[in-house]
Design a protein around this ligand. Structure first.
Ligand SMILES: Nc1c(O)cccc1[N+](=O)[O-]
Length: 251
């Protein structure tokens, strides 16, 4: 997978040189390229922002540098790029919520491009322009809170996506068994334990040392349901709604 990130703060992405993602880059599983937006400015101060039309607090990122920067990225496709080009991801508090299902979808793409906004964001015409040119543009949000820019979201999204690529995580089965994994209907993961069997007076649940795999599987499923119902009733409601829809389809 090729990933291009356009940003004014490339150093924010240094953590993507560490651990499993760093190794994936060394092994050629992930080709991550960080590009400096300021290289596409032409004034002495390398200006990337200006005041918003209509007034309002803060500054907005100007469209011209973004147009030059993204044109340059799109003119340099990887060999396995799809005919329709990359998915252009714009992290934004106004975006669709990024979920595990989004990560699974993006992990099937050969080429992702990230546009990291700062200040109050990017002039809306940038998204409009590339969408009108047929680029698959998606504004994505990590959640309902305010960050100073898109770089932190890129760290999260790249890790969530890249770890799904074959060969990145040593034990592929562990990816299947995690919270929100489709294989477990998107439920939260059950509690997990390791040695010692007793720690500060707390014992590992006896079923987990029973050697009875069927009972262990049932306990894990029950605990996942219990934890999900307690912490994320929205997930349980969505599962119930899906079951109702499926039942309707069967009638
Ligand atoms: N929330 C937020 C933001 O405030 C700025 C850029 C990106 C995000 N986000 O992806 O969630």
């Amino acid at each position: 997978m090729r990933v291009d990130v356009v940003t004014i703060f490339g150093e924010y992405l240094q953590p993507l040189s560490l651990s499993l993602i760093g190794r994936a880059r060394e092994e050629g599983l992930l080709d991550l390229r960080v590009r400096d937006l300021r290289e596409h400015t032409h004034d002495r101060h390398r200006t990337v922002d200006d005041t918003p039309y209509g007034g309002g607090a803060g500054m907005l990122m100007r469209p011209e540098p973004w147009g030059e920067a993204l044109d340059a990225v799109l003119a340099d496709p990887p060999g396995d790029a799809r005919p329709e080009g990359p998915v252009l991801l714009v992290p934004s508090p106004a975006g669709e919520v990024f979920r595990q299902a989004t990560a699974v979808e993006l992990a099937a793409e050969p080429w992702l491009v990230f546009a990291c906004g700062r200040y109050e964001g990017i002039d809306a015409r940038v998204v409009e322009h590339y969408a009108s040119r047929g680029v698959r543009v998606r504004e994505v949000s990590l959640g309902d809170y305010v960050l100073n820019g898109g770089e932190v979201a890129v760290l999260v999204i790249v890790e969530a996506v890249a770890r799904l690529l074959p060969g990145v995580v040593g034990n592929a089965a562990s990816v299947e068994e995690e919270s929100h994994a489709a294989a477990h209907s998107g439920l939260l993961e059950h509690p997990a334990y390791t040695k010692p069997a007793t720690w500060r007076g707390l014992d590992v649940p006896a079923v987990l040392t029973s050697g009875h795999h069927g009972l262990v599987a049932r306990w894990r499923r029950d605990e996942a349901l219990r934890r999900t119902a307690r912490r994320r009733p929205d997930i349980v409601a969505a599962l119930d709604a899906a079951r109702c829809d499926a039942a309707d389809l069967r009638v």
